[in-house]
Write a protein that binds this ligand. Structure first.
Ligand code: SF4
Ligand code: SF4
Length: 141
């Protein structure tokens, strides 16, 4: 997914006409995404940032801007719900819950992120069952 940052002035401009995506995310997670002031602390401390296509701060910016392409981002699936970002956010935003809300929105559209048919027999035999259960809970609608 191509990164396209948006200036904070644009965020200010849309604050007063909340989009559908941000409204849905806020309803699901109970967080006020407009509280984010884009300091980047969440991305700086995320242990999985190298594997993400958008930093957690960018995910929030996309949602605030009502940009649905964020739902195609690898990041929401790479997030391990470790709460590091939530602990460190100076605005007390629970980004972990925001990521979970985004996954819920995708799953409600019945789009499975993990293609079960692509898991080989060898992988099924070697991967711990607990990992499968965790995967199914997170990625399968
Ligand atoms: S740490 Fe909090 S305020 Fe800073 S960018 Fe992340 S969500 Fe926004
Ligand atoms: S909860 Fe997710 S986004 Fe936040 S630090 Fe952990 S892996 Fe990164």
């Amino acid at each position: 997914m191509k990164k396209q940052l948006v200036k904070s002035k644009e965020i200010d401009a849309i604050k007063f006409k909340k989009g559908e995506l941000v409204a849905e995310v806020e309803e699901l997670c109970g967080e006020n995404l407009f509280g984010c002031y884009q300091c980047g602390t969440c991305s700086a401390g995320c242990p999985f940032i190298e594997d993400m296509d958008l930093g957690p701060d960018e995910v929030i910016r996309y949602v605030v801007l009502d940009r649905n392409e964020v739902l195609n981002s690898k990041t929401i699936w790479m997030c391990a719900s470790c709460f590091t970002c939530a602990e460190r956010c100076p605005r007390d935003l629970n980004i972990t819950k925001i990521m979970e809300a985004l996954r819920q929105i995708v799953l409600r559209k019945k789009i499975d992120h993990t293609k079960l048919v692509k898991i080989s027999k060898k992988e099924i035999e070697s991967i711990p069952q607990l990992a499968f259960v965790s995967l199914f809970r997170k990625n399968i609608g």
